[in-house]
Design a protein around this ligand. Structure first.
Ligand SMILES: [Zn+2]
Length: 485
Protein backbone atom coordinates (compact mmCIF):
# COMPACT_ATOMS: atom_id res chain seq x y z
CA UNK A 1 0.00 0.00 0.00
CA UNK A 2 2.98 2.28 -0.51
CA UNK A 3 0.94 4.18 -3.12
CA UNK A 4 -1.37 5.56 -0.40
CA UNK A 5 -0.85 9.28 0.04
CA UNK A 6 0.99 9.96 3.32
CA UNK A 7 -0.66 12.77 5.31
CA UNK A 8 1.56 15.64 6.47
CA UNK A 9 0.97 15.04 10.19
CA UNK A 10 2.14 11.43 9.74
CA UNK A 11 5.33 12.59 8.04
CA UNK A 12 5.97 14.90 11.02
CA UNK A 13 5.34 12.07 13.51
CA UNK A 14 7.67 9.78 11.57
CA UNK A 15 10.36 12.47 11.57
CA UNK A 16 10.30 12.33 15.38
CA UNK A 17 11.15 8.62 15.33
CA UNK A 18 14.74 7.44 15.03
CA UNK A 19 16.31 5.13 12.48
CA UNK A 20 14.69 1.71 11.93
CA UNK A 21 13.93 -1.08 11.69
CA UNK A 22 10.53 -0.09 13.08
CA UNK A 23 7.67 -1.96 14.69
CA UNK A 24 4.40 -0.04 14.67
CA UNK A 25 1.74 -1.52 16.93
CA UNK A 26 -1.92 -0.83 17.56
CA UNK A 27 -3.84 -2.83 20.12
CA UNK A 28 -7.54 -3.36 20.66
CA UNK A 29 -9.50 -5.61 22.97
CA UNK A 30 -12.20 -7.60 21.12
CA UNK A 31 -14.59 -7.36 24.07
CA UNK A 32 -17.41 -5.98 21.93
CA UNK A 33 -18.01 -4.54 18.46
CA UNK A 34 -14.69 -3.06 17.30
CA UNK A 35 -15.22 0.42 15.95
CA UNK A 36 -11.84 1.99 16.66
CA UNK A 37 -10.63 2.28 13.11
CA UNK A 38 -8.93 5.60 13.89
CA UNK A 39 -6.32 3.84 16.04
CA UNK A 40 -5.40 1.41 13.25
CA UNK A 41 -5.40 4.11 10.58
CA UNK A 42 -3.06 6.32 12.64
CA UNK A 43 -0.69 3.35 12.89
CA UNK A 44 -1.00 2.66 9.17
CA UNK A 45 -0.31 6.27 8.20
CA UNK A 46 2.82 6.46 10.36
CA UNK A 47 4.01 3.04 9.12
CA UNK A 48 3.58 4.28 5.55
CA UNK A 49 5.41 7.52 6.33
CA UNK A 50 8.32 5.47 7.64
CA UNK A 51 8.25 3.16 4.60
CA UNK A 52 8.16 6.20 2.33
CA UNK A 53 11.49 7.33 3.69
CA UNK A 54 12.95 3.86 3.10
CA UNK A 55 12.63 2.31 6.57
CA UNK A 56 11.93 -1.34 7.19
CA UNK A 57 8.59 -1.50 9.03
CA UNK A 58 6.58 -4.25 10.68
CA UNK A 59 2.99 -3.09 11.26
CA UNK A 60 1.09 -5.11 13.85
CA UNK A 61 -2.50 -5.17 15.04
CA UNK A 62 -2.34 -6.70 18.51
CA UNK A 63 -5.75 -8.16 19.34
CA UNK A 64 -5.98 -8.53 23.11
CA UNK A 65 -7.71 -11.90 22.92
CA UNK A 66 -6.25 -13.14 26.21
CA UNK A 67 -7.83 -10.24 28.13
CA UNK A 68 -10.45 -11.20 30.68
CA UNK A 69 -14.13 -10.52 30.05
CA UNK A 70 -14.82 -7.48 32.24
CA UNK A 71 -18.30 -6.43 31.28
CA UNK A 72 -21.11 -7.72 29.17
CA UNK A 73 -21.36 -5.85 25.85
CA UNK A 74 -24.78 -4.57 24.70
CA UNK A 75 -26.84 -7.39 23.24
CA UNK A 76 -24.96 -10.21 25.00
CA UNK A 77 -27.09 -12.54 27.18
CA UNK A 78 -26.91 -12.00 30.95
CA UNK A 79 -25.91 -15.65 31.31
CA UNK A 80 -22.42 -14.64 30.17
CA UNK A 81 -21.86 -13.32 33.71
CA UNK A 82 -20.52 -16.80 34.47
CA UNK A 83 -17.55 -16.10 32.16
CA UNK A 84 -16.50 -12.90 33.93
CA UNK A 85 -12.73 -12.93 34.35
CA UNK A 86 -12.19 -15.61 31.66
CA UNK A 87 -10.01 -14.91 28.63
CA UNK A 88 -12.05 -13.62 25.66
CA UNK A 89 -10.42 -16.36 23.57
CA UNK A 90 -11.93 -18.96 25.91
CA UNK A 91 -15.43 -17.54 26.25
CA UNK A 92 -17.96 -19.03 23.81
CA UNK A 93 -19.30 -16.99 20.88
CA UNK A 94 -22.62 -15.46 22.07
CA UNK A 95 -24.13 -16.18 18.65
CA UNK A 96 -22.40 -19.50 18.08
CA UNK A 97 -20.91 -18.57 14.71
CA UNK A 98 -17.20 -18.31 15.61
CA UNK A 99 -14.68 -20.24 17.69
CA UNK A 100 -14.86 -17.77 20.61
CA UNK A 101 -16.22 -14.49 21.95
CA UNK A 102 -12.99 -12.79 20.85
CA UNK A 103 -13.23 -14.16 17.29
CA UNK A 104 -16.86 -13.13 17.00
CA UNK A 105 -15.88 -9.47 17.33
CA UNK A 106 -12.44 -9.70 15.77
CA UNK A 107 -13.43 -11.49 12.55
CA UNK A 108 -15.62 -8.72 11.05
CA UNK A 109 -12.99 -6.11 11.89
CA UNK A 110 -10.27 -8.21 10.28
CA UNK A 111 -12.52 -8.63 7.25
CA UNK A 112 -12.86 -4.83 6.98
CA UNK A 113 -9.06 -4.43 7.21
CA UNK A 114 -8.72 -6.92 4.35
CA UNK A 115 -11.34 -5.08 2.32
CA UNK A 116 -9.25 -1.93 2.85
CA UNK A 117 -6.21 -3.86 1.57
CA UNK A 118 -4.37 -2.93 4.74
CA UNK A 119 -0.83 -4.27 4.96
CA UNK A 120 -1.00 -5.32 8.63
CA UNK A 121 -0.16 -8.44 10.66
CA UNK A 122 -3.00 -9.38 12.99
CA UNK A 123 -1.63 -11.06 16.13
CA UNK A 124 -3.79 -12.65 18.81
CA UNK A 125 -2.35 -12.15 22.28
CA UNK A 126 -3.41 -15.61 23.54
CA UNK A 127 -1.33 -17.13 20.73
CA UNK A 128 1.64 -14.93 21.62
CA UNK A 129 1.48 -16.11 25.24
CA UNK A 130 1.06 -19.75 24.19
CA UNK A 131 3.93 -19.42 21.72
CA UNK A 132 6.32 -18.09 24.37
CA UNK A 133 6.67 -14.54 23.00
CA UNK A 134 5.94 -13.15 26.48
CA UNK A 135 7.96 -15.72 28.50
CA UNK A 136 11.08 -13.62 29.03
CA UNK A 137 9.28 -10.40 29.88
CA UNK A 138 6.98 -12.29 32.26
CA UNK A 139 10.01 -13.71 34.07
CA UNK A 140 11.51 -10.22 34.31
CA UNK A 141 8.24 -8.80 35.59
CA UNK A 142 7.90 -11.48 38.27
CA UNK A 143 11.49 -10.92 39.37
CA UNK A 144 10.79 -7.19 39.72
CA UNK A 145 7.39 -7.47 41.36
CA UNK A 146 8.25 -5.02 44.14
CA UNK A 147 9.51 -2.32 41.75
CA UNK A 148 6.48 -2.65 39.48
CA UNK A 149 4.16 -2.43 42.47
CA UNK A 150 6.02 0.68 43.65
CA UNK A 151 5.65 2.37 40.24
CA UNK A 152 1.94 1.57 40.12
CA UNK A 153 1.37 3.03 43.57
CA UNK A 154 3.40 6.15 42.89
CA UNK A 155 1.90 6.93 39.51
CA UNK A 156 -1.73 6.10 40.21
CA UNK A 157 -1.74 7.18 43.85
CA UNK A 158 -3.60 4.00 44.73
CA UNK A 159 -2.38 1.39 47.21
CA UNK A 160 -1.91 -2.00 45.55
CA UNK A 161 -3.30 -4.94 47.52
CA UNK A 162 -1.14 -7.18 49.68
CA UNK A 163 0.25 -10.01 47.58
CA UNK A 164 -0.14 -8.03 44.33
CA UNK A 165 1.54 -9.73 41.37
CA UNK A 166 2.21 -8.59 37.80
CA UNK A 167 1.12 -12.04 36.64
CA UNK A 168 -2.42 -13.45 36.59
CA UNK A 169 -2.39 -17.26 36.45
CA UNK A 170 -5.49 -18.94 35.02
CA UNK A 171 -7.22 -20.92 37.76
CA UNK A 172 -8.91 -24.29 37.11
CA UNK A 173 -12.21 -22.37 37.00
CA UNK A 174 -10.92 -20.44 33.97
CA UNK A 175 -10.70 -17.15 35.89
CA UNK A 176 -7.66 -14.90 35.58
CA UNK A 177 -8.52 -12.96 38.71
CA UNK A 178 -8.44 -13.68 42.41
CA UNK A 179 -5.34 -15.90 42.65
CA UNK A 180 -2.38 -15.14 44.92
CA UNK A 181 1.15 -16.08 43.84
CA UNK A 182 3.06 -18.11 46.46
CA UNK A 183 6.28 -18.78 44.61
CA UNK A 184 8.09 -18.04 41.36
CA UNK A 185 10.23 -20.85 39.89
CA UNK A 186 12.09 -18.99 37.10
CA UNK A 187 14.07 -21.99 35.82
CA UNK A 188 10.78 -23.81 35.12
CA UNK A 189 8.88 -20.67 33.94
CA UNK A 190 6.38 -21.50 36.61
CA UNK A 191 4.42 -19.83 39.39
CA UNK A 192 2.78 -21.62 42.29
CA UNK A 193 -0.43 -19.94 43.39
CA UNK A 194 -3.47 -20.36 45.55
CA UNK A 195 -6.82 -19.65 43.86
CA UNK A 196 -9.94 -17.91 45.20
CA UNK A 197 -11.25 -21.16 46.66
CA UNK A 198 -8.00 -21.87 48.50
CA UNK A 199 -6.68 -24.55 46.13
CA UNK A 200 -2.99 -24.59 45.36
CA UNK A 201 -1.82 -25.11 41.79
CA UNK A 202 0.96 -24.13 39.37
CA UNK A 203 0.93 -22.25 36.04
CA UNK A 204 3.57 -22.42 33.30
CA UNK A 205 3.87 -18.90 31.89
CA UNK A 206 5.80 -20.09 28.84
CA UNK A 207 2.65 -21.93 27.71
CA UNK A 208 0.04 -19.21 28.10
CA UNK A 209 -1.39 -20.48 31.39
CA UNK A 210 -2.12 -16.90 32.42
CA UNK A 211 -1.22 -13.35 31.44
CA UNK A 212 0.43 -10.19 32.72
CA UNK A 213 -1.86 -7.60 34.29
CA UNK A 214 -2.75 -5.06 31.59
CA UNK A 215 -0.69 -2.09 32.78
CA UNK A 216 2.45 -4.22 33.06
CA UNK A 217 1.60 -6.03 29.83
CA UNK A 218 1.63 -2.75 27.91
CA UNK A 219 5.26 -2.07 28.88
CA UNK A 220 6.23 -5.73 28.48
CA UNK A 221 4.67 -5.83 25.01
CA UNK A 222 6.85 -2.94 23.81
CA UNK A 223 9.92 -4.94 24.70
CA UNK A 224 8.64 -8.38 23.63
CA UNK A 225 7.66 -7.13 20.16
CA UNK A 226 10.38 -4.47 19.83
CA UNK A 227 7.79 -1.70 19.43
CA UNK A 228 9.03 1.70 18.22
CA UNK A 229 5.68 3.46 17.76
CA UNK A 230 2.19 3.10 19.15
CA UNK A 231 -0.76 5.51 18.85
CA UNK A 232 -3.04 6.04 21.85
CA UNK A 233 -6.50 7.41 22.38
CA UNK A 234 -6.55 10.30 24.80
CA UNK A 235 -8.04 8.23 27.65
CA UNK A 236 -4.81 6.23 27.86
CA UNK A 237 -2.54 9.24 28.11
CA UNK A 238 -4.12 11.33 30.87
CA UNK A 239 -2.22 11.70 34.16
CA UNK A 240 -1.81 8.45 36.08
CA UNK A 241 -3.06 6.47 33.10
CA UNK A 242 -1.70 3.32 31.52
CA UNK A 243 0.95 5.08 29.41
CA UNK A 244 2.28 6.94 32.50
CA UNK A 245 2.83 3.65 34.33
CA UNK A 246 4.10 1.81 31.25
CA UNK A 247 6.63 4.55 30.43
CA UNK A 248 8.26 4.18 33.83
CA UNK A 249 8.03 0.38 33.87
CA UNK A 250 9.63 -0.01 30.47
CA UNK A 251 12.60 2.23 31.40
CA UNK A 252 13.15 1.21 34.99
CA UNK A 253 12.27 -2.49 34.90
CA UNK A 254 12.46 -3.71 31.33
CA UNK A 255 15.30 -1.38 30.26
CA UNK A 256 13.73 -0.69 26.89
CA UNK A 257 13.15 2.78 25.36
CA UNK A 258 9.65 4.30 25.40
CA UNK A 259 8.22 3.95 21.87
CA UNK A 260 7.18 7.00 19.85
CA UNK A 261 3.59 8.06 20.33
CA UNK A 262 0.77 10.04 18.74
CA UNK A 263 -2.35 10.83 20.72
CA UNK A 264 -5.59 10.80 18.86
CA UNK A 265 -8.87 12.40 19.81
CA UNK A 266 -12.29 10.84 19.79
CA UNK A 267 -14.67 10.60 16.90
CA UNK A 268 -18.29 11.46 17.53
CA UNK A 269 -21.29 10.92 15.35
CA UNK A 270 -23.41 13.97 14.53
CA UNK A 271 -26.60 13.90 16.52
CA UNK A 272 -25.51 10.94 18.68
CA UNK A 273 -22.29 11.74 20.56
CA UNK A 274 -18.85 10.17 20.98
CA UNK A 275 -18.47 6.63 19.69
CA UNK A 276 -18.71 4.14 22.50
CA UNK A 277 -19.24 0.38 22.39
CA UNK A 278 -20.71 0.31 25.86
CA UNK A 279 -23.29 2.97 24.94
CA UNK A 280 -23.98 1.28 21.63
CA UNK A 281 -22.91 4.41 19.70
CA UNK A 282 -20.82 2.74 17.05
CA UNK A 283 -20.18 2.86 13.36
CA UNK A 284 -18.62 -0.39 12.26
CA UNK A 285 -16.05 -0.30 9.45
CA UNK A 286 -18.13 -2.73 7.40
CA UNK A 287 -21.12 -0.37 7.56
CA UNK A 288 -19.00 2.59 6.50
CA UNK A 289 -17.56 0.59 3.61
CA UNK A 290 -21.12 0.23 2.28
CA UNK A 291 -21.27 3.94 1.53
CA UNK A 292 -17.70 4.86 0.60
CA UNK A 293 -14.54 3.31 -0.82
CA UNK A 294 -11.56 2.52 1.46
CA UNK A 295 -9.49 5.58 0.45
CA UNK A 296 -12.38 7.90 1.33
CA UNK A 297 -12.94 6.07 4.62
CA UNK A 298 -9.26 6.54 5.49
CA UNK A 299 -9.53 10.25 4.85
CA UNK A 300 -12.78 10.56 6.77
CA UNK A 301 -11.62 8.72 9.89
CA UNK A 302 -8.25 10.42 10.12
CA UNK A 303 -9.50 13.95 9.55
CA UNK A 304 -6.92 16.69 9.05
CA UNK A 305 -4.89 15.49 12.05
CA UNK A 306 -6.19 12.72 14.33
CA UNK A 307 -5.00 14.77 17.33
CA UNK A 308 -8.15 16.82 16.71
CA UNK A 309 -11.62 15.73 17.69
CA UNK A 310 -13.82 14.87 14.75
CA UNK A 311 -17.55 14.82 14.25
CA UNK A 312 -18.75 12.56 11.47
CA UNK A 313 -21.81 13.63 9.52
CA UNK A 314 -23.08 10.71 7.53
CA UNK A 315 -26.45 12.34 6.88
CA UNK A 316 -27.01 15.69 5.25
CA UNK A 317 -23.32 16.69 5.20
CA UNK A 318 -22.08 13.48 3.62
CA UNK A 319 -22.53 14.40 -0.10
CA UNK A 320 -20.42 17.53 0.37
CA UNK A 321 -17.66 15.48 1.98
CA UNK A 322 -17.74 13.02 -0.92
CA UNK A 323 -17.67 15.85 -3.48
CA UNK A 324 -14.70 17.55 -1.82
CA UNK A 325 -12.76 14.32 -1.77
CA UNK A 326 -13.59 13.38 -5.36
CA UNK A 327 -12.82 16.86 -6.64
CA UNK A 328 -9.23 16.22 -5.53
CA UNK A 329 -8.92 12.76 -7.04
CA UNK A 330 -11.12 12.68 -10.16
CA UNK A 331 -11.15 15.02 -13.12
CA UNK A 332 -14.89 15.27 -13.84
CA UNK A 333 -16.91 13.70 -11.07
CA UNK A 334 -20.70 13.92 -11.09
CA UNK A 335 -21.97 15.48 -7.85
CA UNK A 336 -22.69 12.77 -5.27
CA UNK A 337 -26.24 14.06 -4.85
CA UNK A 338 -26.83 13.55 -8.55
CA UNK A 339 -25.47 9.99 -8.36
CA UNK A 340 -27.89 9.42 -5.50
CA UNK A 341 -30.79 10.59 -7.69
CA UNK A 342 -29.60 8.46 -10.62
CA UNK A 343 -29.09 5.38 -8.44
CA UNK A 344 -32.60 5.70 -7.04
CA UNK A 345 -34.10 6.30 -10.49
CA UNK A 346 -32.53 3.44 -12.45
CA UNK A 347 -31.97 0.82 -9.75
CA UNK A 348 -29.03 -1.44 -10.52
CA UNK A 349 -29.05 -0.91 -14.27
CA UNK A 350 -25.56 0.53 -14.87
CA UNK A 351 -26.18 1.14 -18.59
CA UNK A 352 -29.30 3.12 -17.83
CA UNK A 353 -27.36 5.06 -15.19
CA UNK A 354 -24.60 5.81 -17.69
CA UNK A 355 -27.20 7.02 -20.18
CA UNK A 356 -28.88 9.19 -17.58
CA UNK A 357 -25.52 10.70 -16.56
CA UNK A 358 -24.55 11.30 -20.19
CA UNK A 359 -27.85 13.08 -20.95
CA UNK A 360 -27.54 15.07 -17.72
CA UNK A 361 -24.15 16.43 -18.88
CA UNK A 362 -21.87 14.18 -16.87
CA UNK A 363 -20.45 12.11 -19.68
CA UNK A 364 -17.02 11.72 -18.06
CA UNK A 365 -18.51 10.24 -14.90
CA UNK A 366 -20.17 7.51 -17.01
CA UNK A 367 -17.06 6.42 -18.91
CA UNK A 368 -15.63 3.76 -16.59
CA UNK A 369 -18.48 1.32 -16.01
CA UNK A 370 -16.75 -0.53 -13.19
CA UNK A 371 -16.16 2.64 -11.17
CA UNK A 372 -19.66 3.82 -12.00
CA UNK A 373 -21.23 0.56 -10.77
CA UNK A 374 -19.26 0.91 -7.53
CA UNK A 375 -20.17 4.57 -7.01
CA UNK A 376 -23.84 3.87 -7.72
CA UNK A 377 -23.83 1.15 -5.07
CA UNK A 378 -22.39 3.60 -2.51
CA UNK A 379 -24.95 6.23 -3.50
CA UNK A 380 -27.83 3.74 -3.32
CA UNK A 381 -26.75 2.35 0.07
CA UNK A 382 -26.38 5.86 1.43
CA UNK A 383 -29.83 6.85 0.16
CA UNK A 384 -31.39 3.76 1.71
CA UNK A 385 -29.49 3.68 4.98
CA UNK A 386 -28.45 7.20 5.96
CA UNK A 387 -29.87 9.93 3.72
CA UNK A 388 -32.34 12.49 5.02
CA UNK A 389 -35.89 11.97 3.77
CA UNK A 390 -35.62 15.01 1.45
CA UNK A 391 -33.00 13.24 -0.67
CA UNK A 392 -34.93 10.02 -1.10
CA UNK A 393 -36.68 9.86 -4.44
CA UNK A 394 -38.63 7.33 -6.46
CA UNK A 395 -39.83 7.92 -10.00
CA UNK A 396 -43.63 7.65 -10.14
CA UNK A 397 -45.23 5.07 -12.41
CA UNK A 398 -47.38 6.45 -15.27
CA UNK A 399 -50.49 5.69 -13.29
CA UNK A 400 -49.22 7.33 -10.10
CA UNK A 401 -48.19 10.35 -12.19
CA UNK A 402 -51.76 10.73 -13.52
CA UNK A 403 -53.05 10.82 -9.96
CA UNK A 404 -50.41 13.33 -8.92
CA UNK A 405 -51.40 15.62 -11.81
CA UNK A 406 -54.79 16.17 -10.25
CA UNK A 407 -53.17 18.45 -7.67
CA UNK A 408 -51.91 20.90 -10.33
CA UNK A 409 -53.63 24.15 -11.26
CA UNK A 410 -54.07 25.50 -14.81
CA UNK A 411 -50.97 27.70 -14.66
CA UNK A 412 -48.81 24.74 -13.74
CA UNK A 413 -50.39 22.55 -16.44
CA UNK A 414 -49.77 25.22 -19.04
CA UNK A 415 -46.18 25.56 -17.88
CA UNK A 416 -45.44 21.81 -18.10
CA UNK A 417 -46.98 21.62 -21.57
CA UNK A 418 -44.84 24.54 -22.76
CA UNK A 419 -41.69 22.90 -21.40
CA UNK A 420 -42.64 19.57 -23.02
CA UNK A 421 -42.83 21.25 -26.43
CA UNK A 422 -39.33 22.69 -26.17
CA UNK A 423 -37.62 19.63 -24.66
CA UNK A 424 -35.25 17.75 -26.91
CA UNK A 425 -32.69 14.99 -26.43
CA UNK A 426 -29.88 17.43 -27.34
CA UNK A 427 -30.36 19.49 -24.19
CA UNK A 428 -27.99 18.68 -21.33
CA UNK A 429 -28.60 19.25 -17.62
CA UNK A 430 -27.69 22.93 -17.56
CA UNK A 431 -29.72 23.64 -20.72
CA UNK A 432 -32.78 21.95 -19.25
CA UNK A 433 -32.32 23.89 -16.03
CA UNK A 434 -32.32 27.13 -18.10
CA UNK A 435 -35.37 25.97 -20.02
CA UNK A 436 -37.34 25.18 -16.87
CA UNK A 437 -36.44 28.56 -15.43
CA UNK A 438 -36.94 30.78 -18.49
CA UNK A 439 -40.25 29.14 -19.36
CA UNK A 440 -41.54 29.93 -15.87
CA UNK A 441 -40.47 33.60 -16.25
CA UNK A 442 -41.99 33.89 -19.73
CA UNK A 443 -45.31 32.69 -18.39
CA UNK A 444 -45.20 34.91 -15.32
CA UNK A 445 -45.10 31.88 -13.02
CA UNK A 446 -43.08 31.93 -9.79
CA UNK A 447 -40.12 29.52 -10.26
CA UNK A 448 -40.89 27.76 -6.98
CA UNK A 449 -44.42 26.97 -8.14
CA UNK A 450 -43.16 25.92 -11.57
CA UNK A 451 -40.54 23.54 -10.22
CA UNK A 452 -43.05 22.12 -7.73
CA UNK A 453 -45.14 21.04 -10.74
CA UNK A 454 -42.13 19.28 -12.27
CA UNK A 455 -41.41 17.38 -9.05
CA UNK A 456 -45.04 16.52 -8.51
CA UNK A 457 -45.58 14.69 -11.82
CA UNK A 458 -42.20 12.94 -11.68
CA UNK A 459 -41.70 12.20 -7.98
CA UNK A 460 -45.00 12.95 -6.25
CA UNK A 461 -43.25 15.59 -4.07
CA UNK A 462 -43.04 19.38 -4.18
CA UNK A 463 -39.26 19.50 -4.01
CA UNK A 464 -36.42 17.24 -5.08
CA UNK A 465 -32.94 16.99 -6.58
CA UNK A 466 -31.59 19.70 -8.91
CA UNK A 467 -34.21 19.58 -11.64
CA UNK A 468 -32.09 20.25 -14.78
CA UNK A 469 -29.73 17.26 -14.68
CA UNK A 470 -32.51 15.06 -13.29
CA UNK A 471 -35.03 15.85 -16.04
CA UNK A 472 -32.34 15.85 -18.75
CA UNK A 473 -31.30 12.37 -17.60
CA UNK A 474 -34.73 10.88 -18.12
CA UNK A 475 -35.90 9.66 -21.55
CA UNK A 476 -37.41 12.67 -23.34
CA UNK A 477 -40.50 10.74 -24.47
CA UNK A 478 -41.34 9.81 -20.93
CA UNK A 479 -40.93 13.37 -19.65
CA UNK A 480 -43.07 14.74 -22.49
CA UNK A 481 -45.82 12.30 -21.66
CA UNK A 482 -45.74 13.26 -17.97
CA UNK A 483 -45.70 16.95 -18.78
CA UNK A 484 -48.55 16.87 -21.32
CA UNK A 485 -51.38 17.05 -18.84
ZN1 LIG B 1 -19.79 -15.25 15.86
Amino acid sequence: MSELPVPKWAVRVAEGLGAGPHVVVTGISPSGNIHNLREVLVGEAVANALRARGEEVRFVFHADTVDPLRKIAPGIPESFEEFMGHSLSRVPDPEGCHASYAEHFLAPFEEALREMAMDVEVLRSHELYEGGVYTEVTREALEHTAELRGILQEVTGRAMPEGWSPYLPRAASGKLTGARILEHVPEESKVVYVDEDGFEDAADYSKGEGKLGWRVELAARWKALGVTFEPFGKDHTSRGSSTDTADRMVCEVFHYPVPGRHEYEWISIKGKGPMSSSKGIVLLPKDLLRIMPPDVLRRMMLGRDPARALELDLGEGFPRFMDEYRAETESYPAPFNHLVTVAQTVGEDVDAAAEMLRRGGYEEAARDRETLARDLAYARNWAEERAPESVRVRLLSAEEAREAEEGLDDEQRGYLAAVAEKLSPELDGEAVQDLLYSTALERGLKPKKAFAAVYRVLLGKTSGPKAGPFVAGLPVEMVRERFSV
